[in-house]
Structures are given as C-alpha cells and as structure tokens.
Design a protein around this ligand. Structure first.
Ligand code: CO
Length: 458
C-alpha cells in the first residue's frame, strides 16, 4: 500500500517553528532537490505565508509561488486556504474568493486544502467549486476537535457532505496535535466506511502523539500524511519525514521517497535552522513536547496566549479559574473547534468573564459577530439566553454571511488604479490593504534602484 507524504517545511513547519519568517532566498537552492525526493506534494503557500511575505519579508507572495513553480516541475504544489476567509480572518465576497483561487492555480498551485474554522461547509463550497473549475485538486478539510457533540457519526457525516460537494480528497486537520492513536483509528475507520475519496491526516508533534496517531490512522485507511524534514520537525511542527518514512517502509508501506535525497535536503535545512536559532527567531522551547494541551484539551498556542494575556493584566493567579471557564464559554457558543480565530475568541472571553466577576458582563466585538452568525453556523446549539442577553431583539442571520457581501474585486481594481500592477496585486490588497500598499511602495523603490528579477507567468 502506498502512503503519500506531503512535505511541510516551506509552509506549516516554517509557520509553526519560526513564525513564517523564512525568505525565498533561504530555500531557493534546495527546491530542485526537494522536487527529486519523491514527495506526493509540497505544502509551500497559503496559511500565514502570504501575510508574512508582504508584512515582514517584503516579498510578493505571488512571485514566490511562480519562482517555486519554476524550480519544482514534477512534484505537486499544495496550499492551505481558509475557505471564505481566503488567508485572513474575515469573510470575503464570492467574487474575491473565486479570483483568488483562479490566480493561485494560474500561478502554479496544484492542490488547495480548504477549511472553515467552524466546519460550516457552506463557507468552503465556492473555493472548492472554483478549484475544480480551474483544474486544481480540491481537498476539503475537517477541523478536528474534542467535544460532547463531536462523535464518530458527526465526522462521518462531515466526510459525506464534503464528498457530495465534489472534493477530490478529504483531510482531517488536527491543528493542536491532540488526536490520539485510538481516536485516529476510529475516525479513519468510520470515514473509510462512508466515503470513497482518499483520506489524509494532518497533525502536529506538539503533544508527542503525532507519529503514533499517523500509524494508527494509516492502519484504518488513511493514505496521506503531512511531515516535515527532520531539522524542521517536532514540537509545534509536524513529525519528521525521515522518521515516518523509515517506520512506514519497515512496516511494508511504500512512500516513494528516496532516503539519500532526504538526507541532502535535511543537511541543507540544518544550516537554515542554525541561522534562525542564532538570531533567536527559533526558540528551542517550541521544539519540545508540551503535554498540557492533553490535560486542558485546548491547543498549546491558546494556552500560551491565555498566560501572556493574564500576565499583562497582572492576573496570572487567575489562570486556573480561566481554564475552568474556557470549556463553559465553548459550550455556550455551541462547541466551536478551537482553531484560529475561535481559539483566541473563546480564550479572551473566558478571561473577561473571570476578571470582571460576572459572566458576559462585557462581550468582545468578535463574539458579538459570532452570535450574529457572521462566522457561520456553530456546530452545536448556542445558548439562547446568551444570544438574547447580547443581541436583544436582533435576530442572528441563518444564511451564509458572504451572501450579504457586495462584490469587491472590480471595484477595488478601479480604486487602486496604477498602484496595482496586476490582478494579483489587487487580491493582495483586498486581503491585507495597509501592508500590501506599503509593499507596493517598497517594490517601486527597489525597482528604481535595481533591475528586478521576474519570471514569465505560467
Ligand atoms: Co497545521
């Protein structure tokens, strides 16, 4: 049996270990080598890479994609897309989502993994349709979470909905690394019995469960996993590519990976890692195993956010109370998966509830928008008393929030005029207006100084 391996060093490992600060020049020399290794795909774009390119690296994310494509000719390129949120945190109108997907594929993207933080699949349908329309591979993702309403039946049902939507494969996305081997086995078994499309598992090494969880998922029918080359693996990143490859081959699975090439890729990234350790961008702490997430059943990143938030308010002694309030807030909100931005929203509200001494005395704007239905449909029932207390007589919307948004692409293009040099620029601007504008100006300055390096569009 073949197990497909997706290498994450350029995206998720880069994002999880060094806050997506790896510039293109750092990995350019190794791209052809990566193309030779036999990976099923290379996750290299989307997620936070887009924002980080514009905000910190003064790089055009679209140009980065074209440059990667020019060196990686055989292996499929993969990206992560937040459904109707594209790469940001708010909902965009459909025309913007469609254009974004169209240009991602035109610039070289092959596989688009699409998810919605609430698993409200109305918010990924447009991106899925458009990916298929332009000849891309649409991978529907289900955010994994633990709650009294998330059982095997509900995951199987979500898989069915995605398959009916026409996705080419389904990924279970365990962003917190809290899925255990038994849960993995049971979920993949249930999905395998329900759907026909290939099943993929994405997890993180945060709690140390990762490699065990991968093996049991594969036993139950999972045919693809995400791993990171060893120097960028472990901790908040993915389990190591070489380790999983070694174990899988020993158990009789094929991976298609070439060990000697993996060794060369890893030797290359060792020095990149060394650089980030020296500059302090890579904090050795994130490479360790952190099991508190298993005790509190909340993602490690959410726990560290809560701690720093309470520290700022000189209230670290209230942490235990906040940790007890967190699951109650989550229940009131209908058990949203604790993925960005819900993890932050739930954590902040729990802290407010504890520190003000009265639950929901003060409610954040994000929670208000959530209660209005602007993020989508909650997985479970939202506490009706809470809705009444916060919204009064205002009725939450039950339709798709994006249906209420006016088309924005052509209008923005007109407004930007010559500031945008391409439709891709318009999309960068719509996603991150201020930082894109700042980037366009930096790019102009550079152009007048040097002859720019550009690659013909594919
Ligand atoms: Co991830």
């Amino acid at each position: 049996m073949k197990v497909n391996i997706t290498e994450t060093v350029l995206r998720d490992a880069n994002q999880s270990l060094i806050a997506t600060r790896m510039p293109f020049e750092d990995f350019e020399p190794v791209l052809e080598k990566i193309d030779e290794a036999g990976y099923a795909s290379i996750e290299c774009w989307g997620g936070a890479t887009f924002d980080s390119c514009l905000r910190y690296l003064s790089e055009d994310p679209w140009e980065r994609l074209r440059k990667i494509k020019s060196k990686v000719k055989k292996t499929k390129l993969q990206m992560l897309l937040r459904g109707q949120n594209i790469l940001g945190y708010k909902h965009y109108p459909d025309d913007v989502v469609r254009k974004f997907v169209e240009y991602a594929i035109k610039n070289g993207m092959d596989i688009i993994r699409i998810f919605d933080a609430l698993n409200d699949f109305r918010n990924i349908r447009v991106a899925v349709e458009e990916t298929i329309k332009w000849g891309g591979h649409a991978q529907g993702a289900i955010c994994y979470t633990i709650s009294p309403i998330h059982d095997l039946e509900s995951y199987a049902k979500m898989g069915k909905t995605l398959e009916e939507m026409g996705v080419n494969s389904i990924c279970i996305k365990d962003m917190a690394g809290i899925m255990g081997p038994k849960e993995a086995y049971d979920i993949f078994k249930a999905l395998k019995e329900t759907v026909k499309v290939p099943l993929i598992l994405h997890t993180h090494s945060t709690t140390g469960l990762g490699p065990m969880t991968y093996l049991k998922a594969i036993e139950a029918g999972c045919s693809g996993i995400d791993t990171a080359i060893s120097s960028f693996s472990g901790g908040t990143s993915q389990p190591s590519t070489e380790t999983m490859n070694y174990a899988l081959k020993q158990l009789g699975y094929e991976t298609g990976l070439k060990e000697d090439v993996l060794k060369e890729i890893n030797d290359f990234f060792k020095s990149v890692k060394e650089k980030f350790l020296k500059t302090g961008v890579l904090n050795p702490y994130v490479m360790g195993t952190e099991t508190d997430a298993l005790v509190y059943q909340i993602p490690g990143g959410m726990l560290s956010n809560l701690i720093s938030q309470l520290k700022q308010q000189n209230a670290l002694d209230r942490l235990e109370e906040v940790l007890q309030e967190t699951p109650r807030v989550r229940k009131d909100l209908g058990y949203p998966p604790l993925v960005t931005p819900m993890s932050q929203m739930v954590g902040v509200q729990a802290a407010i509830n504890v520190l003000t001494g009265e639950r929901y005395k003060s409610v954040t704007n994000e929670i208000k928008a959530y209660l209005r239905g602007e993020y989508g449909k909650a997985p479970g029932e939202i506490d009706p008393d809470l809705v009444k207390k916060v919204l009064g007589d205002e009725k939450p919307i039950t339709t798709r929030f994006a249906d209420t948004l006016e088309p924005a692409f052509e209008k923005t293009k007109k407004e930007l005029g010559s500031l945008a040099q391409s439709d891709e620029d318009v999309l960068s601007y719509i996603a991150f207006p201020q930082i894109a504008e700042k980037f366009f100006k930096e790019r102009e300055d550079r152009k007048s100084k040097t002859v720019s390096y550009s690659i013909r569009k594919v």
